[in-house]
Design a protein. Structure first.
Length: 284
């Protein structure tokens, strides 16, 4: 493999850096950074993780019982926003106490979406790549409920060069976007946490099993990305005004076909791609 460091947008890469017990310091540093100093997380406990074609999720909580859902999303879905809201309800409901006198007190829940695409749905006019969403009172624009937070990070919008990196957030974003294209650790990333990160990300240090898992993961990632890009280029070349939208749709169909060939159920394919179950069934 030509790359020196893993791609964090893959299932294997994302879990190795953020979903591994031995690398909790990486997750803690990233979480503290993404909240701009509003958090001072010292310890996290992993609850579980989940992988499906196109997205990977790590769930954890800090020592105060606050819940965090950290997700890498590679493929845009029509109802992506709905899904992030839906998933945030699980750590809310899990806090319900059976028996006794529960007063409905809830610990905060934070959903963090690391998006490998530009999230146009509701953010068309936003120029920044970091978006923090809370429940708001419409007239006063004041936060109505501060225990439910959604943070969406559009990785493609981050365009700073190494010489322009200023904050720790800049540095983490630079890593998320460029890690697999680097051949050495950038001079701007001298913090101790990045020493650990680059040690864990170096492919040459993998054993045979780890290398096989990573190769499978990177191939699955490339299948998804290439299917979408190929379809978009084809439609663009045809000169249709609606080419990009149609191209993305065609790319999703190709992804759905690959998922079915790998034995993934039609129901799960429909959920992940936004296609109807009837549309998916016709692809078999």
């Amino acid at each position: 493999m030509a790359e020196k460091y893993i791609n964090p947008h893959t299932d294997f890469g994302f879990k190795r850096l953020f979903g591994s017990e031995c690398n909790t310091e990486l997750l803690i540093s990233f979480l503290n950074t993404i909240f701009h100093g509003k958090q001072n997380i010292q310890k996290v406990t992993y609850i579980n993780s989940e992988s499906r074609p196109g997205f990977f999720v790590v769930r954890c909580e800090n020592d105060k019982g606050e819940k965090f859902i950290v997700e890498m999303q590679n493929v845009y879905q029509e109802f992506f926003k709905d899904r992030t809201i839906y998933y945030s309800t699980f750590p809310i409901r899990e806090q319900a106490q059976r028996g006794g006198d529960w007063d409905f007190h809830l610990n905060p829940v934070y959903t963090i979406g690391l998006l490998n695409f530009n999230f146009a749905d509701g953010l068309e006019n936003a120029k920044r790549w970091h978006h923090e969403v809370k429940l708001m009172e419409v007239d006063t624009h004041e936060v109505f409920y501060d225990k439910l937070t959604y943070i969406y990070v559009e990785i493609p919008k981050f365009d700073k060069k190494e010489s322009e990196l200023e904050s720790m957030y800049d540095k983490w974003m630079y890593v998320l976007k460029n890690l697999s294209n680097l051949m050495q650790r950038p001079a701007a990333l001298q913090e101790r946490v990045f020493t650990r990160l680059f040690e864990q990300a170096e492919i040459s240090k993998f054993d045979k099993q780890e290398l096989k898992l990573y190769e499978d993961s990177i191939n699955a990632y490339r299948d998804i990305v290439n299917a979408i890009r190929t379809a978009e280029k084809k439609k663009y070349a045809e000169g249709r005004a609606e080419g990009r939208a149609e191209g993305r749709a065609e790319g999703i169909v190709e992804v759905a076909k690959k998922m079915l060939l790998k034995g993934i159920s039609a129901e799960l394919v429909a959920e992940m791609t936004g296609m109807s179950l009837d549309e998916v069934s016709k692809l078999k």
